[in-house]
Design a protein around this ligand. Sequence first.
Ligand code: UDP
Length: 337
Amino acid sequence: MSRVVLVTGGAGYVGSNACKALADAGYLPVTYDSLAMGHEWAVRWGPLERGDIRDEARLGDVMRRHRPEAVLHFAASAYVGESVVHPAEYYSNNIAGSLNLLNMMRREHVDRIVFSSTCAVYGAPEAMPISEGTPTDPINPYGATKRMVERMLADFGHAYGIRSMSLRYFNAAGADPSLEVGEDHDPETHLIPIVLDVAAGTRPFVTVYGTDHPTPDGTCVRDYTHVSDLASAHVLALERLSESGARPAINLGTGNGVSVAEVIESARAVTGRPIATVAGPRRPGDPPTLVADARLAARELGWRPAHPSIEAIISTAWAWHQARSVGTAQRRRAAAV
Ligand code: UDP
């Protein structure tokens, strides 16, 4: 019998890729997802249990029926801008939801959890690259909720023996190279899918949020990390937790800083299409540069990104973008018949 892992948010972008990585490693991922943001089509490697992480009765029932040995916890509200406008939803879903999940784990004797955290816990540090020793000082409710859950995990570790590892991702990007799952947000706010919409002709231009940042070309610099690499790190983290106690939070990034202008230039090269840009004002709350010091992930987990270059990331994202457009057109045609 396969070893069962409960994946909250397993129908989402990173969560569904993690389900694939779990299945490849011989686990059975059981997805627990409200489908508020996730997609039923992205659940392909194990059963889907529809539910909200704040729903104690439902979560308890799912845990008792599937008896997972561990949890990968992705379910969360995850738009930085929205978190500023609607913090109540972020504190409720991310903090109260995680607390409920941890309490149900205690009750059902599940003692390992890998948590989907974020570089947003660091806020806007000046010194680059960002190591795990950089003080955490989130500048928006999203980052604050993730930092609070990290703290909750540490406290639950000391008091109740729940072993956890928090993985702080930098910018998740790209798509599963075999195109089984990929990014599909509504609304889409992320740079690479927007740039590819422009390449595909479904948006007229991309607005560059700020060309006067204190960076080499004036546009923001980020550390884009392939979603399949993030996914494989979760399996490594799970296995590390099986053989040890709680581990410190770990950055997941490539260590390569890429500017918005460089992303657009690379997307032009990958797609062979023109991509129109409009210079816009800075987006509130955007730190100019976020780049990981990812050495701890290599040391702790033996993690080495398989797709570190921005070209590889954009190539897989473009292949997925095109495959998805064909799929959408087919679904529309089928619906019209
Ligand atoms: N960005 C941009 N135009 C867009 C979307 C994003 O210039 O239409 C910039 C944004 O300011 C940031 C970078 O692209 O510097 C990455 O943004 P994204 O929303 O993809 O990820 P974030 O860094 O906010 O998590």
